[in-house]
Each structure stands twice: as structure tokens, then as C-alpha cells.
Design a protein around this ligand. Structure first.
Ligand code: ZN
Length: 92
């Protein structure tokens, strides 16, 4: 049994908030653009991406543990206000 026989129909990513693995399509890709965490729902923006459940609880966790600067390998804090707004709008 090689373990490679199963085709990976849905690639998994780890949520930077709760650290749980989930299907890539269930997570929102985030990229850092000029110090701002920008949502990339279509996965088309260039650069290093981080994945997050589209939920404000996961965003809170990610912010608290400074997961975004770490994921993007940038030193400073990142602005998540716009991202939060997107998540809260989408949750409705
Ligand atoms: Zn999560």
C-alpha cells in the first residue's frame, strides 16, 4: 500500500486561525498587499498566500497569534480591518 493511490481531488490547507486542516475550497486565501491582509477568493493574486476559514472567530485567532505576519514573512503588523469587514458581510 503506497498511500499514493488516492487521487487528491481536494487539496487541503491549514487555517492560520484555528490551525485545523480543511479542503482548500472551504478556506479563504489571504494575501498581503502593502501591509493589508486582502482576501483573494479566486486564488489569483500573486505572492505568498495564507488560508483562513471565512469566519471572524478564525480571524480573531489569527490576529491574536500574529499568524499573518508569520505566514507572509513580513515583520510588521498587518491591517485586517478590510478583511474583517469582508468576512462579516459574507457571514450574513
Ligand atoms: Zn479556522
Amino acid at each position: 500500500m503506497s498511500g499514493r493511490t488516492h487521487a487528491r481531488a481536494c487539496p487541503e490547507r491549514t487555517c492560520v486561525g484555528c490551525r485545523e486542516r480543511a479542503a482548500k475550497r472551504d478556506l479563504l486565501r489571504i494575501v498581503a498587499i502593502e501591509g493589508i491582509c486582502a482576501p483573494d477568493p479566486r486564488g489569483t493574486l500573486p505572492g505568498r498566500g495564507a488560508y483562513l476559514h471565512p469566519a471572524s472567530v478564525c480571524l480573531d485567532l489569527a490576529v491574536r497569534r500574529r499568524a499573518f505576519p508569520r505566514a507572509f514573512k513580513v515583520p510588521g503588523p498587518l491591517d485586517t480591518a478590510e478583511l474583517r469587514q469582508v468576512l462579516e458581510t459574507a457571514a450574513r
